[in-house]
Design a protein around this ligand. Structure first.
Ligand code: C5P
Length: 224
């Protein structure tokens, strides 16, 4: 059996890429599979946590023992995360949130233009930055963790994100390497806080997830 390092802890996790409607049949999304967030939710439950997962995808099996809620857009995700935030001890934003959404969602399917113009425009407007908004209202005893999926300058970008978003930890991973990140079953991450940098080896996402909690919360047991 696993050490119950999260016993008594409420853990809130988001997973998957947000889905931003353009019209009734089209949307803007991204390549996030949700696998890392699901692995974190499963691991948190195995480690004794009381886990809520807010997910954008129904393609993955619900982790055992985890309360799952489904959303689509960044605004819906924002609402659910804030709904559960105050009660949570540990919050992980593993979802890939679309920075923009369609300014107007067409109520019927947009037709192909009959004019000769080969350019079609969709106006976008900015979504809320969910992690930053949680960071702004975080209590001292809450632990807020974000992800930084980067293709370039992975660690520098992650450090900048840590400050900008008011997170306690940023989990950095390099998504330019196809064998890790996004749809892959494996990941190689570096955990970054204000004064620590911990690199974990490349492993299956389930193992990465267990290691993340065991690395960051191993002392909860001793304090209890
Ligand atoms: O998109 P970006 O690289 O800035 O994402 C870093 C972190 O911020 C991730 O944890 C992601 O879930 C979160 N994020 C968010 N709201 C956004 C954009 C990103 O919560 N609008």
């Amino acid at each position: 059996t696993l050490p119950q390092v999260l016993s008594g802890q409420r853990v809130l996790i988001s997973a998957g890429g947000t889905v931003e409607a353009i019209d009734p049949v089209r949307y803007i999304s991204n390549r996030s599979s949700g696998k890392m967030g699901y692995a974190l939710a499963q691991a948190a439950s195995w480690l004794g946590g009381d886990v809520t997962l807010v997910s954008t995808t129904k393609a993955l099996t619900e982790p055992a023992g985890v309360q799952v809620e489904y959303v689509q857009s960044a605004r819906e995700l924002h609402e659910r995360m804030h709904h559960y935030f105050e009660q949570a001890d540990i919050v992980i934003m593993a979802a890939a949130v679309s920075d923009y959404r369609a300014k107007n969602i067409a109520s019927s399917k947009i037709k192909k233009s009959q004019q000769d113009t080969q350019v079609m425009q969709i106006d976008l407007e900015e979504n809320p930055d969910i992690l930053a908004s949680l960071g702004a209202k975080k209590a001292l005893d809450q632990v807020l963790i974000g992800f930084a999926a980067e293709t370039d300058d992975v660690l520098d970008n992650a450090r900048a994100k840590l400050r900008r978003k008011g997170a306690d930890w940023i989990i950095a991973n390099d998504v330019s390497d196809q064998s890790i990140g996004f749809n892959s079953d494996e990941n190689q991450v570096t955990l970054i806080s204000q004064d620590q940098e911990i690199s974990l080896p490349r492993m299956r996402k389930e193992v990465v997830a267990l290691e993340v909690f065991q690395t960051l919360f191993a002392d909860c047991d001793e304090r209890a």
